[in-house]
Design a protein around this ligand. Sequence first.
Ligand code: PEP
Ligand code: MN
Length: 538
Amino acid sequence: MSSTSTAAGASASTRSYHANPTWKSKKEAQQVDYPSKEAFQSVMDRIERLPGLVSPNEIDRLRSQLASVAEGNAFLLQTGDCAELFDYCNPEQIQAKLKLSLLMSLILIWGARKPVVRIGRIAGQYAKPRSKPTEIITKVDPATGETSKHEIISFRGDNINAFSPEPASGRIPDPERLLQAYFHSAATLNHIRSELASGLADLHAPRQWSFQHVQSSALQAEFESVVDSLTDALDFMKTIGADPSTFASSSVLNSVDYFISHEGLSLAYEEALTRLVRKPTTANPHAARNVHPSDVPDIKDDFERYDLSAHTIWLGDRTRQLDGAHVDFFSSIRNPVGIKVGPSMKPEELIQILDVLNPDVAIPASASSGRASGWSTPSGASNVVYGKEKGRVMVIIRLGAGKVASHLPPLLEAIAASNHKDSIILLCDPMHGNTQTSPYPPASSDPNAQPLKTRSFGDIISEILSFLQIISSDFPTLHLGGVHLELTGDKDVTECFGGSMRLEPKDLERGYKSHCDPRLNFEQSLDVAFLLSHYFRN
Ligand code: PEP
Ligand code: MN
């Protein structure tokens, strides 16, 4: 079987997904133990009846943009919090994240001269996998000053349990939180949509994208020069009669796409938001419609499963077992999917998982006339070839600066030798392999304070640069498709040290706000964008 693709870029597939999802019969890693199964089921029943958060058409749009990333014609920027909290659902924080993503992508477009596909870890990034189900906290008796140790359930994310260990019941999983997650996702997404529709992303006004509070004058000057070149280019277009402001309001220069994603950890929640969508046919190419799975007990070949909780979801490094429920669920949905790859992943295991997530599918030669990439033309064509859907899988590699040189080449060798090499998107996540404990004990007077988790900006940059160097010198058939970063648009966050602000480990406590992993702050994020931009420009 060859890895041929259609002329349209993305292969159209005649994939027929599992007639009934089989993930329920497999082992689900990181399962949550709810005190009442009935209460949990009743929440799932409720979510099943609610509308999807995104639409199948938007997912198809992302699929076709990811096909360009796989071909090397676009760059992917996936950014956001480690653990999104319900509390972050406010206009200030949502806009700050959106603006930072726009600024970073503008800087990248300027350097790489390629379109940037933006995906947020937002509007649903609530669930967190944990290495241990419980953790030990120290409590101090205010009267006597005596300390005692307590074992409590680990924080699993705002959609599972409360962060606060007080009252003691706060960490007990509550299914109502999944319903709250749905509504917080909906409100966050609604705000994103309304901001984009109101011209937040208008390329004519990048100076309004709040660059003012950047402290480093070097960064300020760099950004001014990017904006000046852009303004020149827009003026030039106007001079030659191609004024973008005369285009329809949907012009790419006046608005942009921004897609949402999260780790697909709670499979019951993902399933409750999965809908069957009828494949368009040649006779009626616009026939796609949502059908609830329970209305169609036997999924026919002319339906596909779309998970409408987000445009794309990813498999975590702890839930990517080949024979596990998560890989099975992910293989059953039409959405593009990500998979985190840490140092414990064996190259042959990665290829086996990729075979499940992106199997060879029959591509009728006439498929390129389909409505959108990935839609199939009816079977029966005699000239069928087999291939893989381009951009269906994002391999998000997170090894750590110290392990890239030893662990990346074997993974890339396996990919380059497989028939996934033309369809895969390789992303560098320089965050998750670089977590360390701050050398500074908490200075705070709070006796419950724990040592802080942090990341060195130098390690983050070193992992990205090593990745780029290895791929460009030894793997000419592969390329870096993009980066996956944990960051925040909030000002005054000090969770990672280093960068142009020259934060030091002793500064971390000043603005440490994360309830999970440490994030790049606004300025450190722009540092990364400029670094990549310069790399691509030179
Ligand atoms: C994350 O992305 O926040 C995460 C938990 O990542 P990983 O699965 O790579 O550890
Ligand atoms: Mn994280």
